[in-house]
Design a protein around this ligand. Structure first.
Ligand code: OAD
Length: 236
């Protein structure tokens, strides 16, 4: 049981582990492979330049999987915390699925982009897209300028979205709660160091220690659906 104080300001960082109990595969859990391809063969600008169809087939499959999944008790526990804390709650997720929103979270920022958005490589404006693109002739083109349309996902080597806002939120938080992430992908894996330097309380929740476990004040071992519902705001 973890208790937050009534005037705490909570920054939550989630990773693939929070969606694992909804049936969505984590990245490193499957050995980092999809259909025999390493992640860096499908989630990089180089992969996109070399084989856009392969990249679109990967994200089309992930769209199908995410659409078929439902939020779990971990997602719902974060909704309850947001209801209790209001604007003192901020959720930054590395996940590109929409399970936090479908659970009912509102203050969510997808630092690695969103599975159900695409953008034209030239116009760059993201738009809602739940299409599945499996054949060369299916590959989407921009309705305005005719250029290629890519997933609105932050690939390896690209800069996560709205880092300025993320660091501003981290700067005023009093508690950092990190759940279901291996601590292997930066800059997200570095948030705990930033929080630690500020002297704020840092908590990790997941079934195994992340790579950066030694920087956390508290490491709670268990799955997202076991641990997150036990977090409460005192007096709420
Ligand atoms: P990983 O696959 O690296 O790590 C998943 C984490 O979830 C591990 O630490 C597991 O222990 C934990 N986990 C597994 N089952 C869990 C459960 N039921 N409850 C809670 N935790 C559980 O995924 P991420 O850390 O999210 O980036 O990966 C970070 C980034 O690397 C991703 O956003 C993606 C990836 O490549 C991009 O696509 C840019």
């Amino acid at each position: 049981m973890v208790q937050l104080l009534p005037d705490d300001r909570l920054f939550v960082l989630t990773g693939a582990g929070v969606s694992a109990e909804s049936g969505l595969a984590t990245f490193r859990g499957s050995g980092g492979l999809w259909n025999g391809h390493r992640l860096d063969q499908v989630a990089t600008p180089e992969a996109w330049a070399a084989d856009p169809l392969l990249v679109w087939r990967f994200y089309s499959m992930r769209r199908r999987d995410a659409a078929a999944a439902a939020p779990n008790a971990g997602h719902l526990a974060l909704v309850r915390l947001e209801e209790q804390m209001g604007s003192r709650f901020y959720l930054c997720t590395q996940n590109v699925d929409d399970l936090h929103e479908r659970a009912g979270s509102h203050r969510v920022h997808h630092m690695h982009g969103s599975l159900f958005q695409s953008r034209c490589v030239r116009c760059e404006e993201p738009f809602y897209d739940d299409g599945g693109y499996e054949l060369v002739d299916d590959l989407p083109l921009c309705a305005i300028c005719g250029a290629a349309v890519r997933p609105h996902i932050v690939w390896f080597g690209e800069v996560p979205l709205d880092m300025e806002r993320i660091y501003a939120e981290l700067d005023r938080a009093t508690v950092l709660l990190v759940a279901g992430t291996s601590g292997s992908v930066y800059p997200a894996a570095g948030f705990v160091q930033v929080a630690h330097q500020r002297g704020i309380r840092t908590i990790y929740a997941g079934p195994e220690e992340p790579l950066n476990a030694d920087v956390f004040d508290e490491v709670l071992l268990g799955t997202a659906t076991e641990i997150l519902p036990t977090i409460d705001v005192r007096g709420a």
